[in-house]
Each structure stands twice: as structure tokens, then as C-alpha cells.
Write a protein that binds this ligand. Structure first.
Ligand code: FAD
Length: 489
């Protein structure tokens, strides 16, 4: 098997394939030492958190049909997990069912019950800190370190329930109590999931391997090789394979598949219905800062969930995640209220209904590394902006009801792509008419190819995506391994 990419999606697939004893090679587009940094934590206190590589905004790789959009990318082992903030809530049954209300085209082929056993297997790899009680909107994960919601939020939680929302601590990937990580993050997907198996000789890795396309064989009706540019020699290489897991990130995954044309698939590999690249979505993101009469806890972080289905239009919901972290705790010490601050900040993640108009396509140009240039069509609908503003007002109202004397200091909404949560370009759906992949992340039309990143999301629920994309990846890799062993591919 070839796995393309070693971000959270690809690293999880590689980890589960290697665990199943399948001969696996990871093709990583970035250089071996591409993710330099340092994290030092001693007995739960993070002392150093430094990344040598700033998060790169790509200006060369894509064009946009909307000047109000952007793309960040990290072509390095671990991908964007070099920079991520580590929030890992599970999607709930409600998140999966929301799409069904919007009609057949937005219906996931899997539900929470299908994923729950896989969340259970993935979460221990992430070493999560969080709460232990299920709430309707956020099922509890397998936590390593228990966080309790500070009592100071009790009144707010009570009032939030009247709005149909849950209030809890947001689960985070926490890593070990004492850890020294040679990257700028406690969980770099390559470092934690691929490197141990690679060092033990259980899988192979080729760095600087920029994948251009997959080679389809009309005879065997499957993909038989991967073509990549070796960035150290500049040569195009071909590596034969029995199957492929594509996990290059939601945009690069679509690009590679769109590039993989043949007589059987002139619109891109497996793209029998023209849906590849379409249904692109992103989290509309609002940033809210509130001054308060009374200082409030900064840790563990507060999460104000979406409201119930009955209170929202199909596929439109938003949730607030309180800002936390070492810097916030340090600031609280300086402001002479250890652990508390007289202001608080929230990232409000909203949603957009996926449509065929929002999409990624090839733009006919070719980049320096031999890969195709792309154009992104991404527009947040007006409903998304209204929803973010409504959620801002409801959070302010809750703070007031809790007697905290809130005053709005800052509210603004970010442009598309700023949340770094693109997804949906190669989505799962029961029918090839609405999605490229089946319920196991496997292509309907090409049975030895799976996709294992957030490209597979049928819709984009309001939660941070990584945990769910890793969970779907683990499940897809395990099924692939079973089929390979059974000779069913
Ligand atoms: C600042 C920041 C904070 C974030 N915080 C959170 C958070 O708290 N919670 C959360 O859930 N998410 C968060 N995210 C988002 C999260 O990091 C991404 O959703 C996640 O990394 C996506 O994983 P992926 O494997 O799909 O893609 P990526 O992480 O983008 O990895 C793609 C991989 O593919 C490789 N690749 C790309 N093209 C090619 C090619 N042609 N050939 C070979 N290899 C290739 C790349 O080098 C990389 O290894 C955050 C992101 C950022 C930037």
C-alpha cells in the first residue's frame, strides 16, 4: 500500500496499516527534517512551545475566484499538525443527522454508532484531556487526564441549556505529562504515528516525494502505480503498488485525483459523476473578545455547543470555544488573578451547507514541482454570517445572565480558509451521484483507492475536524487491510 501524506489523516492510515502487518510506504511531499521546533513539558507544565517554521500562506499554489479567501499549507512531515491547536471534540449523532434533514445529497453514509468504536481506538493515540460525561452535542472521549468544568460557569451552563446548548470543557490533545518533542507541537502526526513504525522497520517513508498522479490500469481495473516528483533529484519516479490511501489534505487530495485522468476516467480518477472537487466547505469563523466585570477561569477551556436540531435550520449551527493555553495562564498571573482574567475570548465556529458551486478545480497551469495549479471557488453564504452574529449575541446574553457584566470589545469574522478546516472535496455518500467514496472511504469506482483526510466529510459540522478525520482514516485503513488479506482487492 502507498499512503500519500503524513498529516493526521495519512499518519493514522499508515499507523493502522502497519499495525495490521500490511507492507506500506508513505510518500511525503516535504523534506525529512521539515518540522523543526521544540516542545518541553514537565509534570503538566508546558515550559517551551516553539516552532521554527511559521505557518505558510500559499500565494503561489492556488488562485481564488474570491479575494476574500486564503489557503495555508504545510508540506512537511505531519502537515498542518505542526501548527494545530489540538482541540479534539467528537462529532455527535446530531452532527451526522443534521445533513439528513437537508435531503439526500447531504446525508452521511455513516452515523455516530459506526464511528464510536473507532474514536475509542484513536483517542488513546492522542492522549486527550477533557471531561468524562456525555452531553447530547459532545460525546465524552477516552480521556487520559480528566478536566472538570470550573464551578464558576455553573449559572452560565444552566442558562445555556435553556438555549438548547451544552456547556462543557473542550477536549484537547494534551500529550504526556512530561515530554520533549522535536517539533513545535505536542502532537505532530508524523512524529507520533509514523516515525515509531518507520524506525522499527514496520513501514517505509520516502521524503521529498511530491505526488503528481495515480496510474490506472484498464486491464486490472485498479490503480497500479503512483507517479511522483523526487524534489531532491527533480526526476519523475514511478512506484508500483497494490492500492493507495490518498491523504494529502482536502485540496491536494482532490488535485491529485483530478490530475489522474485516463480513457476510462477523463474527468479524474473515479470521477464518474463529476462530483470530484465539489462540495468544498470550510468553517466560517468569528473571533469574539468580551470584557467582564468579574474575572473568569481561563482553564480548562469552556465550550458552548451548538443548539438542538429543532432550534436550527438544516446544516446551520455554531459553537463557541474559549481561548486558553500557556499564554493565557501566564497573562492571568501577570494580571494578579492567577488562573482568571477580567476578559475572555472565543472562536465561534459556524457552518456552511456544501454546494456543487463551492469547489476546487485545476486551472490549467503547472507549478514548479510538476503538480497542477488549482483554483478555489469558495464563498460563505449570508446565512453563515447571520449565524455567527446570532451566536455572538447569545454568548453575550449568557455572560450577562451569569452576572459577569459583559461588554463587547472585539468581534470580527475571518475570510474563508482562515479556520484551516477545508473539507468535502472527495466526499463519502451512498450514491456516486453525490459522493466519490463509499461508507469505508473507498472509491465507488476504484476499489483499491481510499481517501483518508477531511476531503471525505459529507458535510462540515461545527466542530474541529481532526479527530473525526483520523477516526474515519483508521476505520478505512483497517477495512482495506482486511480486504487485502482476504484477497478481495
Ligand atoms: C493554526 C492551526 C490550528 C488548528 N487547530 C486545530 C484544532 O485545534 N483542532 C482540529 O481538529 N484541527 C485544527 N487545525 C486543522 C488541522 O491541522 C488540519 O485539519 C489537519 O492537519 C488536516 O490533516 P490532513 O492530514 O488532512 O492534512 P494536512 O495536515 O494538510 O497534511 C497533508 C500532508 O500531505 C502532504 N502532501 C501534500 N501534498 C502532497 C503531495 N502532492 N505529495 C505528497 N505529499 C503531499 C503534506 O506534506 C502533509 O504531510 C488547525 C490548523 C491550523 C493551521
Amino acid at each position: 500500500m502507498i499512503v500519500i501524506g503524513s498529516g493526521p489523516g495519512g499518519a493514522t492510515a499508515a499507523h493502522f496499516l502497519a499495525r495490521a502487518g500490511i507492507a506500506t510506504t508513505v510518500l511525503e511531499g516535504g523534506p525529512e527534517h521539515g518540522s523543526l521546533g521544540l516542545t518541553v513539558r514537565v509534570r503538566g507544565a508546558t515550559l517551551v512551545h516553539w516552532s521554527a517554521r511559521p505557518l505558510a500562506r500559499r500565494l503561489d499554489a492556488v488562485s481564488f475566484d474570491n479575494p476574500q479567501a486564503e489557503l495555508f499549507e504545510e508540506l512537511a512531515p505531519g502537515g498542518l499538525s505542526n501548527h494545530w491547536s489540538n482541540a479534539v471534540p467528537r462529532f455527535s449523532d446530531i452532527d451526522f443527522r443534521d445533513g439528513t434533514r437537508a435531503g439526500e445529497s447531504q446525508t452521511w453514509p455513516v452515523g455516530y454508532a459506526d464511528l464510536a468504536p473507532w474514536y475509542d481506538q484513536v483517542e488513546p493515540l492522542l492522549r486527550i484531556a477533557g471531561g468524562t460525561s456525555d452531553t447530547p452535542h459532545v460525546p465524552a472521549g477516552k480521556v487520559r487526564r480528566v478536566w472538570k468544568l470550573p464551578r464558576a460557569w455553573d449559572t452560565l451552563a444552566e442558562r445555556a441549556r435553556v438555549q438548547g446548548r451544552d456547556v462543557l470543557t473542550l477536549p484537547y490533545t494534551y500529550g504526556a505529562e512530561t515530554t520533549l518533542s522535536p517539533t513545535g507541537n505536542v502532537f505532530n502526526a508524523f512524529d507520533r504515528l509514523v516515525k515509531p513504525a518507520w524506525k522499527a522497520g514496520r513501514l517505509k517513508v520516502r521524503f521529498n516525494a511530491r505526488v503528481i498522479r495515480l496510474e490506472w490500469s484498464a486491464q486490472t481495473r485498479g490503480v497500479t502505480a503512483v507517479i511522483y516528483r523526487d524534489m531532491t533529484t527533480g526526476r519523475e519516479e514511478r512506484i508500483p503498488c497494490g492500492g493507495v490511501v490518498v491523504a494529502a489534505g482536502a485540496l491536494n487530495t482532490a488535485r491529485i485525483l483530478l490530475e489522474s485522468t485516463s480513457d476510462d476516467f477523463p474527468l479524474g480518477l473515479g470521477n464518474t459523476e463529476g462530483v470530484l472537487g465539489r462540495y468544498l466547505h470550510d468553517h466560517p469563523l468569528g473571533k469574539l473578545v468580551i470584557d467582564l466585570d468579574k474575572p473568569v477561569p481561563v482553564h480548562p477551556p469552556l465550550y458552548i455547543s451548538r443548539p438542538t436540531l429543532e432550534r436550527t435550520d438544516p446544516l446551520y449551527a455554531a459553537a463557541g470555544a474559549q481561548w486558553t493555553g500557556t499564554m493565557m495562564v501566564a497573562k492571568s498571573l501577570l494580571s494578579r488573578h492567577p488562573g482568571r482574567m477580567p476578559w475572555t475570548g472565543f472562536s465561534i465556529f459556524g457552518t456552511m451547507a456544501p454546494t456543487t458551486e463551492n469547489r476546487v478545480a485545476l486551472d490549467g497551469t503547472r507549478r514548479g514541482d510538476g503538480t497542477a495549479g488549482m483554483v478555489l471557488h469558495i464563498h460563505h453564504p449570508p446565512e453563515s454570517q447571520r449565524l455567527l452574529e446570532q451566536t455572538r449575541d447569545q454568548i453575550m446574553e449568557l455572560m450577562g445572565q451569569a452576572g459577569l457584566g459583559p461588554r463587547l470589545r472585539v468581534f470580527h469574522t475571518e475570510i474563508a480558509g482562515n479556520a484551516n478546516h477545508y473539507g468535502g472535496t472527495c466526499r463519502m455518500h451512498r450514491s456516486p451521484r453525490y459522493g466519490m467514496l463509499d461508507a469505508w472511504g473507498r472509491m465507488h469506482a476504484v476499489r483499491n483507492v481510499a481517501v483518508a483526510d477531511s476531503a471525505v466529510f459529507t458535510t462540515g459540522p461545527e466542530k474541529n475536524p481532526v479527530l473525526t478525520s483520523m477516526t474515519l482514516s483508521a476505520r478505512a485503513a483497517d477495512r482495506l487491510a482486511q480486504d487485502l488479506r482476504a484477497g478481495a482487492l
